[in-house]
Design a protein around this ligand. Structure first.
Ligand SMILES: [Zn+2]
Length: 1032
C-alpha cells in the first residue's frame, strides 16, 4: 500500500529537545499496572481485565496454546464443556512484560478425551472452589497495594468467549488456529448499487492439517444466511455458524473429528451492506460534468478488511487460489485480479462476469474487485496487457501512467529476473480512495491524484505518479509473490517497495530527480525514530489497531533507509540484487519473516560481518545510533550511543548497532572511490590509518547510513570552515546531512543553537536543492512554533533572519515554466517560505499570476510547482478565496484541485476555517478522503490550530468511523492537531482527552508520540527562548 504521502508530509513536525519526560520515565514494560492502570495508556484490551458481566460465570481468558500442554488444553476444554470456566492462569504464567504479547502459531480447537475429563473434573472442583472464593472477593484483595478505586487489575483471564447466539465460541485467540488450511475460494458477488447492498456466496475448499473439531475463520458485518459443509466425498449438509463479533471470527463446530489429511468444503451464503467507509467492499460516487451522479463499488482489503466482503481466513499466510464471479448491470463493467474468462446473461438484465482462477496462490488482502463505468487504454509488455482505467471524463489524463507503468514493468521483469506472473495488470484511478494506492495483484487501485496527470503537468507532478506506480509494481514481487508471514514484518513489503520505488526511478527516469526526495524521506524517518514512542522495524502486533499502526514511517521509510544502507555497504552494485533475486526465487509463492531475507542476502555476500548479524541490529531494536567522532592528532575515535530525544539516566539503553560507518576526508571527498568503510560493532572503535595532515573527516558519505553524526574536538568547526571556502568539497547529500544532523543535535542538547546558525552561514553560497530545502524546513518549524506561542519579537527577528539568509536565492527564482525537477523543488520551497513570511515581491508576483489565471478563464497556466504558493496567497483574501472555491468545484484535474484545496484550508479567516473543516467531514463539497490533508494544512496557521483541536475532540467518533483507529489517516490527524503545542496547558488537555477515549483511541502509539512531542516542544522552548533572543 502506498500511504497518501502528501498527508504524510512531515514538513511541519516540530523541534524536539533532549528532555526528561515523566510520562516516559517508565517504559510500558516496567509500569506497575496495579498502580498505574487508571492513568497509563498501555495497550490493555479491556477484554483482558474485566469480568464477563453477561455470563453468570467468571470467564477467564485463555493463554496462547503454545503455553499449554495437551492436558491443560483438554482441561480447559472440559471446564468449558462443564460450564465452569474457572481457571486462574494469571500470576506466574501471565506475562506483563509487553502489551504486545506474542501469540505463537496456534494449532487447533481440540475436545477432551474421557480420561482427561475425569482428571480434570477433580482438578476443577478444587480450582473452582478456590476461584469462587476469589470471585466474591474484590480482585485486589490480595495485591500489595490493596484495593484501588477500580478493579482493572483482576488476576483472571477469560477462556472462551460467548458467540452471538449465546453458545460458547470454540476459539479464544485473535489469530486463527492452524489446523485448517484453505486451498481455494470460489466467490460470487452480487452488488446492488441502487440499494447499496450485496449478496455473496463463498465456497472454500480446505485441507485438514491437524485433527480438529472446528473450523474458525474471519467474517465481519456479513449476515450469513446459509451454510453447508461437505467432508471428503460425503454428502453436503447444513451446519450452524457461530459468530464472535469482537474478534470478527466465525466458527463451525463438529461432533466428529476432522482428520489430518482430509479435504472438506464449506459453502456460505450471506448478505451485507456496501461499506460507507474506505475499506471492505465499499461504495463511492462522483458527479460528472453534466451534473449526473455516478455510483461505483470498489474494494480495499489491506490489512484486515477482506473479511468484510467474504468470509475467509484473513491473514497473510493463509494463501489460496481464487475464482471470482461478479454480477453487474449492463451499463457497468467489472474488474478483478485476473482477466475475464466468460460473461453470462442472467435474468432481469443482470450480467455475470467470471474471471479466470488465479494462477498463483495469494493472500486475502490482495483480492480486489470493482464495479464501475470506467474507460481504459491498454498496451502489451512482454506477456502482460497493461491497462489504465479512470472515470470516462478523465481518460485523457491516463497516458503518462500507461507509459510509466509499462516501462517500470519491463524494468522489474529484468531486475528481479522473474517475470510478472499474470497475463494482465490494471492500474485503476478510484474517485474515493483513502490511501495513495493499493497493490492488489493484477488490479492496482490508486487515488486519482496518484495516477492521473495531464499533458501539461510539470515533472514534479509526474514524479508523484511515477513513484506511486513504481512502489505498487515493486509490490507485485515484494508482498504479492513473497509475502510477510504476519503483520509484524510489514516492513518486508513496505520498506522494500519504498526502497525499490526510489531505486527504480533513479534508473528508469533519471530526469525525475528522485534523489532529493529520498534523502528528505530518510531525514524524516530519523526524526520520527528519535522519539521514545517509536518502535522496532519488526514489532509484535496482534490487535487490529496495532496492525493498522504498522503502516507508518518506520515500516516504510526507515525500512527503505536501512535497505539503502545495506546496499551501499555491500561491495559492487550487484550483490544486493543477487541476494534479493535469490530470496524471491527461494520463497516464491510463500511467506517469510525478516530473518529469511537476511539469510538470503548473507548467502550471496561473503563480507564480514555477515549481513544477518548486521541487519538484525537494525530491525530488532527501535531507534538508531548517534556516532560521535573525536580526534586526537591522527587518531580518530568513533563512539556509538542510542540517539534519543527523550531520555534520562534511568532509561539509558545499552542498544548497540553494527554500523557500516563510511567516511571521506579533505584528501578525497566527493567521488565514490573516496569513501572508506569502518564497521563499528562495539561501543567505540578507532580509525587507525588516518594521516595527521588530514584537516577534516566527514562521516556517513552521501548520508546512506541511518544514523546521526556529531563531531567533537573542533570537527564541526573544520567542516564549517571548509564549506565556507568552497561548498563543492562535499556532495550535496553530505551538505544536507550536515544541516539535518546539526539541527537534530541541537534538539538533543549536544550543540547550541548558536552552532546551528554558525553552520547556516555557509548557506549564502549554497545553490543546491537538498541543503536549502532541509534548512528551510527546519527553520520553518521553529518559526511556526514561535508564531504559535505569539513570541512576536522573536517571530519578527526570525523572519528577517530567514529573509536575510536566503533573500538573494529567493530573488533569483523565476515564475515561468521550469523543466528541472530539482529546480522546481528548490523554487517552490523558497517561494513558499518567502510568501508565508509575507515577503512583498513574492506576494505581488503570486497575486498577479492568480489574477492572470482567473481572467484568462483557465487558458493561462500557473506552473505546477508554483500553484501551491499562488493558491495559498490567493486564499488570504476573502474575495479570492471565494473564487478559488468556485474553481475547486469545477476543476477536473486532480493534482491542481488538491493544491486549490490546500489553498482554501490555509485561510486565516476563522469562519472559513470552520466551514472547510465541516465540509471535509460531511464529504459533499470536499471529499472526506481529503480531511487529513485539510486538517494538517489548517493547523499550520495560527488561527486554525486551536480550532482543529476543538474540532477533533468534538468529532472524534465520526472521525474513527471514517478512518480506523490506528490507521495512517488517524495518525496524521493526531500528529497535525497536536505537534504545534508547546505548553503545559495543552499537554494536559491532549493527555486528558486521549485517555478519556479508552478503547476508542487511548492505546494508540501516535497518542504517546503526540504527548512526547508536546513535552519536547515545551522543553525546547524553555531552553532556547533566551538563546534565540541573544543570537537572532
Ligand atoms: Zn506499499
Amino acid at each position: 500500500m502506498n500511504l497518501d504521502s502528501e498527508n504524510a508530509d512531515d514538513k511541519y513536525s516540530l523541534p524536539r529537545n533532549m528532555i526528561e519526560n515523566r510520562m516516559f520515565e517508565e517504559e510500558p514494560d516496567v509500569v506497575d499496572l496495579a498502580k498505574e492502570s487508571t492513568t497509563f495508556p498501555v495497550a490493555l484490551d479491556p477484554d483482558d481485565v474485566v469480568y464477563e458481566p453477561r455470563s453468570s460465570r467468571l470467564l477467564v481468558r485463555g493463554l496462547g496454546e503454545n503455553d499449554m500442554d495437551e492436558d491443560d488444553e483438554d482441561c480447559e476444554s472440559s471446564a468449558r464443556l462443564l460450564g465452569m470456566s474457572f481457571m486462574n492462569r494469571s500470576g506466574a504464567h501471565r506475562s506483563l512484560s509487553s502489551p504486545y504479547t506474542r501469540q505463537g502459531a496456534p494449532r487447533s480447537c481440540a475436545r477432551p478425551s474421557a480420561r482427561t475429563l475425569v482428571v480434570c473434573m477433580l482438578f476443577l472442583v478444587i480450582v473452582a472452589s478456590m476461584t469462587m472464593v476469589l470471585y466474591f472477593l474484590p480482585g485486589c484483595t490480595f495485591t500489595r497495594s490493596g484495593c484501588p478505586k477500580t478493579n482493572t487489575t483482576i488476576p483472571f483471564e477469560k477462556v472462551y468467549p460467548v458467540s452471538t447466539s449465546g453458545e460458547v465460541f470454540p476459539w479464544a485467540q485473535l489469530r486463527l488456529p492452524r489446523s485448517i488450511r484453505p486451498l481455494s475460494y470460489d466467490l460470487t458477488l452480487n452488488p446492488d448499487l441502487d440499494s447499496m447492498t450485496f449478496t455473496g456466496r463463498t465456497i472454500i475448499h480446505m485441507s485438514v492439517l491437524h485433527n480438529t473439531k472446528c473450523i474458525v475463520l474471519h467474517s465481519a458485518y456479513l449476515n450469513i444466511t446459509k451454510a453447508t459443509f461437505k467432508l471428503g466425498d460425503g454428502q453436503a449438509r447444513g451446519v450452524t455458524v457461530l459468530e464472535y463479533k469482537p474478534r470478527e471470527q466465525i466458527a463451525v463446530a463438529f461432533t466428529e473429528v476432522l482428520k489430518t489429511g482430509q479435504d472438506c468444503v464449506l459453502t456460505l451464503e450471506y448478505s451485507a451492506n456496501l461499506s460507507h467507509t474506505y475499506d471492505g467492499f465499499y461504495n463511492s460516487s462522483y458527479t460528472e460534468k453534466d451534473g449526473s451522479k455516478r455510483v461505483l463499488a470498489a474494494t480495499q482489503f489491506e490489512p484486515l478488511s477482506a473479511r468484510k466482503a467474504f468470509p475467509c481466513f484473513d491473514a497473510p499466510d493463509f494463501k489460496a487460489t481464487f475464482l471470482i464471479r461478479i454480477r453487474r448491470k449492463p451499463n457497468h463493467l467489472s474488474l478483478s485480479n485476473m482477466p475475464k474468462a466468460k460473461t453470462t446473461q442472467l435474468p432481469n438484465d443482470v450480467i455475470e462476469d467470471e474471471f479466470e482462477k488465479t494462477s498463483v496462490n495469494m493472500s486475502t488482502y490482495l483480492v480486489a474487485f470493482i464495479v464501475a463505468n470506467f474507460t481504459h487504454i491498454s498496451r502489451n509488455v512482454s506477456e502482460t496487457q497493461v491497462s489504465v482505467y479512470s472515470v470516462p471524463e478523465k481518460w485523457e489524463h491516463t497516458d503518462y501512467a500507461l507509459d510509466t507503468g509499462c516501462k517500470l514493468l519491463e524494468f522489474y521483469n529484468g531486475f528481479f529476473e522473474i517475470n510478472y506472473p499474470l497475463k494482465k495488470l490494471d492500474l485503476v484511478a478510484i474517485p474515493d480512495f483513502l490511501a495513495g494506492a493499493m497493490e492488489n495483484w493484477g488490479l492496482i487501485t490508486f487515488r486519482e491524484t496518484s495516477l492521473l496527470v495531464g499533458k501539461q503537468s510539470s515533472n514534479l507532478e509526474k514524479q508523484v505518479v511515477a513513484s506511486v506506480i513504481a512502489h505498487e509494481l515493486a509490490h507485485q514481487w515484494f508482498g504479492n509473490l513473497v509475502t510477510m508471514r504476519w503483520w509484524n514484518d510489514l516492513w518486508l513489503n513496505e520498506g522494500f517497495a519504498t526502497y525499490m520505488q526510489y531505486m527504480s526511478l533513479q534508473t528508469v527516469f533519471p530526469q525525475l530527480d528522485i534523489g532529493n526526495l529520498f534523502l528528505a524521506v530518510r531525514f524524516r524517518a530519523l526524526d520520527k525514530d528519535a522519539l521514545n514512542s517509536s518502535h522496532a522495524v519488526s514489532t509484535e502486533v496482534n490487535k487490529p489497531e496495532q496492525v493498522e499502526e504498522m503502516f507508518d514511517s518506520v515500516s516504510y521509510e526507515k525500512g527503505a533507509s536501512i535497505l539503502l544502507m545495506l546496499n551501499a555497504s555491500l561491495p559492487g552494485d550487484q550483490q544486493f540484487r543477487k541476494g534479493i533475486i535469490q530470496y524471491l526465487k527461494e520463497f516464491s509463492g510463500l511467506n517469510t519473516d525478516t530473518n529469511d531475507l537476511w539469510n538470503s542476502l548473507t548467502q550471496v555476500s561473503a563480507q564480514h560481518p555477515n549481513v544477518s548479524e548486521m541487519m538484525s541490529s537494525w530491525t530488532s531494536q527501535k531507534g538508531f545510533p548517534l556516532v560521535t567522532v573525536s580526534r586526537k592528532g591522527g587518531q580518530v575515535t568513533l563512539t556509538q550511543e542510542h540517539f534519543r530525544l527523550t531520555s534520562d539516566n534511568a532509561t539509558q539503553t545499552s542498544s548497540l548497532w553494527i554500523i557500516p560507518v563510511t567516511y571521506v576526508t579533505d584528501n578525497c571527498s566527493v567521488a565514490p572511490e573516496c569513501r572508506r568503510t569502518f564497521y563499528l560493532k562495539t561501543k567505540s572503535g578507532t580509525l587507525k590509518e588516518l594521516p595527521e595532515s588530514v584537516k577534516w573527516v566527514k562521516v556517513n558519505y552521501r548520508n546512506t547510513g541511518f544514523y546521526i553524526t556529531h563531531y567533537e574536538d573542533g570537527g564541526w568547526a573544520a567542516l564549517i570552515d571548509a564549506l565556507s571556502h568552497n561548498v563543492s568539497v562535499l556532495t550535496h547529500e553530505d551538505r544536507a546531512s550536515l544541516v539535518h544532523n546539526m539541527f537534530a543535535l541541537s534538539r538533543l542538547g549536544r550543540v547550541s543553537f548558536h552552532q546551528v546558525l554558525h553552520l547556516l552561514k555557509y548557506m549564502s553560497n549554497e545553490t543546491h536543492t537538498s541543503p536549502v530545502t532541509e534548512a528551510l524546513l527546519q527553520l520553518g518549524v521553529i518559526y511556526r512554533l514561535l508564531d504559535k506561542r505569539q513570541e512576536h519579537r522573536l517571530v519578527a527577528r526570525m523572519k528577517s533572519y530567514i529573509l536575510h539568509q536566503f533573500g538573494s536565492l529567493m530573488d533569483k527564482q523565476t515564475w515561468e515554466e521550469e523543466d528541472s525537477v530539482s529546480k522546481q523543488e528548490l523554487r517552490s520551497a523558497l517561494l513558499g517560505m518567502a510568501c508565508s513570511l509575507n515577503e512583498e515581491k513574492c506576494i505581488s508576483q503570486s497575486r498577479a499570476l492568480f489574477k492572470q489565471y482567473v481572467e484568462s478563464n483557465g487558458t493561462s497556466r500557473i506552473p505546477g510547482d508554483l500553484q501551491q504558493v499562488v493558491f495559498t496567497v490567493a486564499a488570504q483574501s476573502n474575495e479570492d478565496w471565494a473564487t478559488l472555491l468556485t474553481m475547486y468545484g469545477q476543476a477536473t484535474y486532480d493534482a491542481e484541485k488538491r493544491k486549490m484545496l490546500r489553498g482554501l484550508a490555509s485561510t486565516q479567516d476563522a469562519r472559513l476555517i470552520v466551514w472547510v473543516l465541516k465540509a471535509g467531514l460531511r464529504g459533499d463539497v470536499i471529499q472526506t478522503q481529503e480531511l487529513p490533508l485539510v486538517i494538517s494544512t489548517v493547523c499550520n496557521g495560527f488561527t486554525g490550530y486551536l480550532f482543529v483541536w476543538d474540532f477533533i475532540q468534538e468529532n472524534w467518533d465520526s472521525l474513527i468511523e471514517k478512518f480506523p483507529v490506528g490507521s495512517f489517516a488517524i495518525q496524521t490527524i493526531i500528529k497535525s492537531a497536536t505537534s504545534h503545542f508547546s505548553t503545559q496547558a495543552h499537554l494536559d488537555q491532549v493527555q486528558g482527552f486521549f485517555y478519556s477515549l479508552r478503547e476508542r483511541g487511548s492505546q494508540m502509539r501516535s497518542v504517546q508520540e503526540a504527548l512526547e512531542t508536546i513535552r519536547l516542544n515545551q522543553r525546547w522552548m524553555e531552553k532556547n527562548l533566551a538563546t534565540l533572543e541573544k543570537w537572532l
